[in-house]
Design a protein around this ligand. Structure first.
Ligand SMILES: [Zn+2]
Length: 80
């Protein structure tokens, strides 16, 4: 992983791991995670009133980016 420099002026970045602020000018790392969630092919209005059977659910993934401070990246062995 390559660390980037936090150039964001407005909202502070927060380390996903230790929850500390990553101040502007500080190095940080980013990881993309795929988060699974379940959805059905029905829209809310078409949905049967009774409980939705297991087969009707499918798992889809959406990707989200997470920020980590330099210290956590090192501790996790992502950077040398
Ligand atoms: Zn951290």
């Amino acid at each position: 992983m390559r660390l980037k420099k936090n150039m964001k002026r407005s909202s502070a970045r927060i380390c996903t791991e230790c929850k500390s602020d990553i101040p502007r000018g500080q190095k940080y790392g980013q990881k993309t995670k795929s988060i699974p969630y379940k959805q059905t092919s029905w829209t809310i209005d078409d949905r049967p009133k009774e409980e939705i059977p297991d087969w009707a659910w499918e798992t889809v993934y959406f990707k989200d980016e997470f920020d980590f401070c330099e210290k956590c990246c090192i501790e996790k062995g992502w950077v040398a």
